[in-house]
Design a protein around this ligand. Structure first.
Ligand SMILES: NC(=O)c1ccc[n+]([C@@H]2O[C@H](COP(=O)([O-])OP(=O)(O)OC[C@H]3O[C@@H](n4cnc5c(N)ncnc54)[C@H](OP(=O)(O)O)[C@@H]3O)[C@@H](O)[C@H]2O)c1
Length: 293
């Protein structure tokens, strides 16, 4: 039987690195890691040249412009990378009958300021910021152009590599702050499910082996505020710090954030495919892997 040919775009990013690690353990897969040096997905000609050489059965796109605040003032760049580059990939995959995997975000939600229960895939999106809007457009291009696609919305990613664009992740930022500052102030009115990229990579691996195409919420189970998340990081690592809960109003950011963007993984659960653990487990595994505990 021939191997499944899978191209991973953003292969040296935070999620991409773990996708490569997880997928390379599967002997049924022939993997083609593509970094930004190998391919610029904004350029349609490059896509045709580079990906055509590979002729993948599946293309996984992890590339994004996801500096949420910067997206507000760089709207064109956000749409170019998060939406129009995804459109380029969708057109390629549709023509070649390849499967396209798009990694999206909980930030496609947020407009409903009264929401207190996890979002289902059937809930209407409503972004609050340019980043969410551009990713949602990327989703719609994918759905509009491709027949065979997986869109996975996840949230608050942290992985060993750290986000290349953001220069780290929330866990590392908190530990750094704790060593540098007397007081660490973290918002306590934005709720999410922080997700370890190894867990997401394993979930993607499981899902793409099926032909149950569509939209999936794929974040860790459970929920917490950023403050509670920070508190748990400090508790597990036994870090002594004065942690102060604050409100979003006290912490101005150019981009508005959802007060509640927890995803319920409903579709994965309904298909008996959900392997995402609770966020506490993901965090502990991350800290062990980093040798912090
Ligand atoms: N981080 C989060 O909290 C979070 C939450 C929910 C969803 N997501 C989504 O999850 C995905 C992965 O996030 P991540 O944290 O792994 O991001 P990341 O670490 O920044 O990785 C993105 C990768 O894409 C590459 N890239 C950027 N622009 C490109 C382009 N035009 N062509 C080809 N490659 C390009 C980057 O390479 P260079 O660094 O060399 O430019 C980098 O290797 C993104 O789609 C993001 O929207 C992230």
């Amino acid at each position: 039987m021939s191997k499944l040919r899978i191209a991973v775009i953003g292969a040296n990013g935070q999620l991409g690195t773990d996708l490569i690690k997880v997928f390379s353990k599967d002997s049924d897969i022939q993997l083609f890691p593509l970094t930004h040096k190998d391919i610029d997905i904004v350029d349609k000609n490059t896509i045709n040249q580079v990906i055509n050489r590979i002729k993948p059965d599946i293309v996984i796109n992890t590339a994004a412009y996801h500096r949420v605040n910067d997206c507000e003032t760089n709207l064109e760049k956000a749409f170019l990378i998060n939406a129009f580059a995804q459109k380029n990939l969708a057109e390629y995959c549709s023509q070649q009958n390849s499967v396209l995997v798009y990694i999206s975000t909980d930030y496609v939600f947020g407009l409903d300021r009264k929401k207190t229960t996890p979002y289902k895939e059937t809930d209407s999106p409503g972004p609050l910021n340019v980043y969410g809007l551009s990713k949602l457009t990327g989703e719609y291009f994918t759905r509009y152009i491709c027949k065979k696609y997986f869109i996975l919305r996840s949230s608050g990613l942290f992985g060993l590599k750290g986000s290349s664009l953001k220069g780290g992740n929330f866990v590392e930022t908190m530990l750094k702050f704790a060593h540098e500052k007397m007081n660490v102030r973290v918002v306590n009115d934005q709720f999410l499910a922080p997700t370890y990229t190894v867990d997401l990579a394993k979930q993607i691996h499981k899902l793409i082996k099926t032909d149950s195409y569509g939209i999936y919420h794929a974040s860790a189970l459970g929920e917490c505020s950023w403050y509670t998340f920070a508190k748990e990081i400090f508790k597990i690592t036994n870090t002594k710090v004065h942690l102060i809960p604050i409100t979003s109003k006290e912490y101005y950011t150019p981009a508005k954030r959802p007060l509640y963007s927890v995803l319920g993984n409903e579709n994965l659960k309904n298909l008996n495919l959900n392997i995402m653990p609770d966020w506490h487990i993901g965090l502990k595994n991350y800290l062990i892997e980093k040798d912090y505990i």
